[in-house]
Write a protein that binds this ligand. Structure first.
Ligand SMILES: [Zn+2]
Ligand SMILES: [Zn+2]
Length: 215
């Protein structure tokens, strides 16, 4: 596959590192994977929640989870806009979907690449509990340059889809007042019970209270 790949500028890398909080190789890997997916689809960064959806497969509390922050920064698919979907599989992949056409591309770092990472000094130090921001830049910087400059197909493998099964969920612009706590709750999250609206935690509390009364 021939790809006109977007070059990640030093300014973009710097801004992404500011957003991310430290310098590490996993965030730039996600940054490049996000750009690669956009380049293959021929799309530009998401401004709203509808143009693109990124499905990421990293889980919680494991090495290289920083990958996702790079994906978010590159693609504009973020938690707040609701176009970042998490499938916590403990894998390093992003699938970028264009909902209007159903076209999608899944980008994942190659096995050889990721498994090699595990034996590097960077990961040994991280596994020993050294936080990434305390690591010697001399250890980190070459890894960042490597992930940004190697030919993409040495690092990543890609799959393309012409009809990715993605169900578009409409945005809700409605809310009600919870009759128990008095707070505002988006109507799709509220439940009506005995003619009153309840937010999820209040509904749970009320149902448990009913349960203890009936015993
Ligand atoms: Zn990081
Ligand atoms: Zn409530």
């Amino acid at each position: 596959m021939i790809v006109e790949e977007t070059v990640i500028s030093p300014e973009e890398l710097k801004a992404a590192q500011y957003f991310h909080g430290h310098q590490c190789p996993a965030m730039p890997q996600g940054l490049r994977a996000g750009h690669l997916a956009m380049d293959i689809l021929g799309v530009t960064r998401a401004r709203g929640g509808g143009e693109l959806v990124a499905i990421v497969e990293t889980g919680d509390h494991h090495f290289s989870g920083c990958f996702v922050d790079g994906v978010m920064f590159a693609t504009g698919c973020t938690v707040g806009k609701g176009n970042l979907v998490r499938k916590p599989f403990g894998k390093f992949a992003v699938t970028l979907v264009e909902p209007s056409t159903g076209r999608a591309v899944r980008v994942t770092p190659r096995y050889a690449r990721m498994s090699q990472c595990l034996t590097m000094d960077f990961f040994k130090l991280r596994a020993e509990g050294v936080p990434p921001y305390e690591l010697d830049p001399g250890v980190v910087e070459p890894l960042i340059q490597d992930v940004l400059t190697k030919p993409w197909d040495e690092i990543f493998q890609v799959q393309t889809f012409s009809h990715y099964p993605y169900q578009k969920v409409p945005e809700v612009f409605d809310a009600v007042q919870c009759s128990r706590c008095g707070e505002l709750v988006v109507s799709s999250y509220a439940t009506s019970y005995d003619g009153q609206w309840y937010c999820p935690p209040c509904l749970d509390e009320m149902l448990h209270a009913l349960d203890s009364q009936s015993r």
